[in-house]
Write a protein that binds this ligand. Structure first.
Ligand code: GAP
Length: 440
């Protein structure tokens, strides 16, 4: 059955995700990506960057620091209000978020099961999610810094630099992919709520009169991207934030939610109208005039910002969940072929026949120049197919005795398990054509 536990087990078994610091008992809310995981993460980032930056004229990229001048976080409001309400169970002293009724109820139920009739909680207090550190040898309030809680502040503070050094003019965007850190009170749900994660954020600067129209435009663009990544249409939906759940900077906020097995619909991406809050607050705190001016606009003004923001670990988990299928005795990850960690795997039918192994090795080395290609010569061929099915590899190439006589190999399709014979000299074109069909 497609359960979260089954997905977690596959991710561990095949080297997609490991609990971080596992050797020392792990660390709550931290995960490492294994060899197949980094490949999938890279595919996600490449696709986002290509769509958002490379294929457009109006968006440029940026890579700002994780540690910024702490004034940035005071100006952005994070020092004062990037908080979650925390409450402590008076029975076991466990601390959880007071604003998550489901977690509170589950905790109380756990105690009741153990015979405790009433569970009391301490009054909720606000807990700041920013991780702290120190710059330089002295650890005091003057050297205290924060690990960034969102990547976009690096974009806002570089707004004047990008304007001064590029040709972008409103409407335009600045995009960034990078780590963000949040000292979540209750990390959990596997990769869904972690304490260290990567965000892919776009800050799109528009004239205030265009904000509504551009929010609608970006909602549409982003939804399309999720479909292109292969997520099922019926498992995606929009949800608009209620006024009381919007972040302090937002005038309107929408989530793209994915219908996870067991958990139901959960946010994977947020798209917000951040108004002119960030540029104005940084102008006030820095004393710099951050208003936009160009030859078309007689009066300088603060642009509004439309922000699509997505965490890679949530997208990763949605992709795994969507691709996970149990099909008779096998488990298959039906990832889109362009996203799969390996496009193809190459096997000699049997490992101990040097003539098969050397032909297979030759094909493997050639394919590797163009496609992410795996090699496997262990165990029987059936087991090798099953391993690649779980890795999401769309095609397996087997060199067998017929290859020695006519130069053809079998190509086995992950989803249908059907096999066809293809000339070994045509494999580059064959996979190139398959990938371009699946990219459409
Ligand atoms: N700059 C806006 C911002 O950071 P957010 O709604 O707090 O807004 C945006 O986060 C996205 O970052 C979310 O939609 C989610 O995909 C991801 N995200 C946020 N907190 C996360 C966490 N603790 N673990 C994993 N991903 C997270």
């Amino acid at each position: 059955m497609k359960t979260i536990d089954a997905i977690v087990a596959l991710a561990k078994r095949r080297g997609f995700v490991y609990p971080s610091s596992e050797l020392y008992g792990g660390l709550g809310g931290f995960y490492d990506y294994g060899p197949l995981g980094v490949a999938l993460v890279r595919s996600i980032k490449d696709s986002w960057w290509k769509t958002i930056v490379d294929l457009r004229d109006d968006i440029v990229g940026l890579d700002s620091c994780i540690i910024l001048n702490p004034e940035v976080w005071r100006a952005s409001g994070h020092v004062a209000s990037f908080t979650d309400p925390l409450t402590e169970c008076k029975v076991c002293h466990m601390r959880i978020r007071a604003d998550q009724p489901v977690d509170v109820a589950a905790h109380e139920a756990m105690h009741r099961k153990a015979g405790i009739k009433t569970v009391e909680w301490t009054e909720a207090r606000q807990f700041n999610l920013l991780f702290r550190s120190f710059v330089g040898p002295v650890e005091d309030s003057t050297s205290q810094v924060y690990l960034r809680g969102e990547t976009c502040q690096g974009i806002f503070i570089n707004f004047p630099n990008v304007l001064a050094t590029t040709r972008v003019r409103i409407p335009f965007g600045i995009a960034q992919i990078g780590k963000a850190f949040r000292n979540e009170v209750t990390p959990g749900k596997y990769l869904f709520r972690v304490r260290e994660f990567e965000q892919m954020e776009l800050e799109y600067f528009v004239h205030p009169d265009q904000a509504g129209e551009m929010l609608a435009y970006w909602k549409n663009e982003r939804f399309r991207w999720h479909l292109e990544m292969g997520l099922g249409r019926e498992r995606l939906r929009f949800r608009q934030h209620e006024a009381d759940e919007r972040a302090h900077y937002a005038a309107d906020s929408w989530d793209i939610e994915y219908d996870f097995p067991e958990w139901g619909f959960r946010e994977i991406e947020g798209i917000a109208n951040r108004t002119d809050f960030d540029l104005k607050t940084h102008a006030r705190h820095s004393g710099r005039d951050l208003r936009y001016r160009d030859s078309q606009s007689p009066d300088p003004y603060y642009p509004f910002v439309i922000e699509p923001s997505i965490g890679i670990s949530r997208m990763f988990l949605a992709l795994l969940a969507d691709a996970y299928h149990e099909d008779g005795k096998r488990t298959v990850l039906r990832l889109k072929s362009g996203l799969a960690p390996y496009t193809a795997a190459v096997f000699p039918l049997v490992a101990n026949k040097p003539e098969l192994a050397s032909q297979a090795r030759d094909i493997y080395v050639r394919l590797k120049q163009l496609f992410r290609t795996a090699w496997d010569d262990r165990g029987n061929i059936g087991k090798r197919y099953l391993t690649q099915d779980e890795a999401g590899t769309p095609w397996c190439v087997t060199v067998d005795y017929q290859t020695l006589s006519d130069g053809s190999v079998t190509v086995r399709d992950r989803d249908t398990t059907s096999q066809e014979r293809v000339s070994r000299d045509r494999l580059n074109e064959y996979f190139g054509a398959k990938l371009s069909i699946s990219a459409k």
